[in-house]
Design a protein around this ligand. Structure first.
Ligand SMILES: [Zn+2]
Length: 241
């Protein structure tokens, strides 16, 4: 039996499409709580070729939501162990890793090598830096963010006159900068957001992503979800400079 046999029974899905999913160079930034359900969704869909960047090491306190790690992995690099765990289950994977926190100069060096960036980082400084480079280099960006009981997902194609991350979350607004560790996080929100990110990623690669951009938001306690049309901020100092 072919590994993808049942997956390719989906209407419109076939092995050619699996090849297409793996035809792009993708960089996933962040191997934490969002990345675990995300990479599982991507690999389970046949998208097994991507690179992972993270300079962090595995800690006991995060194991409950970083489910591909276990106590034996504590102290090891997140990117390296995530690659290894995925290779165990999906022998088709073709994953390279960058074992460092990507600072601004690293992002300018790395991002242009890719066709698409997935931002699963856990801090706003990195998110804004990633956005700036993706806008400047016209590289599509899919981002997921989960904090407390809420989560957001959005994709930015970064063609001329399209909105960017800074347009909807300008950094001069009063954003809560506390990290997941300080706020806590409702684990199912990570699965919800990562599923949205995975589906956006697949749609972009298959050139099926609408140019009408939405920000998707979920409140994990009230179960309210909403989508907001993302407009270009004509004052945005990143995409309108
Ligand atoms: Zn902008």
């Amino acid at each position: 039996m072919n590994f993808w046999e049942t997956a390719t029974q989906l209407s419109g899905f076939n092995e050619t499409l699996v090849d297409e999913l793996n035809s792009k160079k993708i960089l996933l930034i962040g191997a934490g709580g969002l990345a675990h359900p995300l990479v599982t969704s991507l690999c389970g869909s046949g998208l097994t070729t991507f690179d992972i960047a993270d300079g962090d090491v595995i800690e006991y306190k995060n194991l409950h939501r970083q489910f591909l790690f276990n106590e034996k992995c504590i102290g090891q690099g997140k990117a390296r162990v995530l690659k290894s765990k995925l290779e165990d289950h999906y022998p088709q994977t073709n994953i390279s890793i960058i074992e460092k926190f990507l600072e601004e100069k690293d992002l300018f060096e790395q991002i242009p090598k890719y066709d698409l960036i997935i931002d699963c980082s856990d801090n706003f400084k990195t998110r804004y830096n990633i956005n700036e480079v993706c806008v400047e280099k016209n590289i599509p960006l899919v981002m997921g963010l989960a904090s407390g009981v809420t989560g957001h997902a959005a994709a930015f194609l970064n063609y001329a006159n399209s909105p960017c991350y800074e347009c909807i979350f300008p950094r001069n607004t009063n954003i809560n900068e506390d990290s997941c560790d300080e706020l806590g996080i409702l684990t199912p929100v990570l699965s919800y957001v990562s599923s949205m990110v995975a589906m956006m990623t697949i749609r972009i690669i298959l050139d099926q992503f609408t140019k009408e951009n939405f920000l998707y938001r979920i409140d994990g306690m009230t179960l309210k979800t909403n989508q907001t049309l993302i407009n270009v901020d004509n004052e945005c100092f990143v995409c309108k400079k």
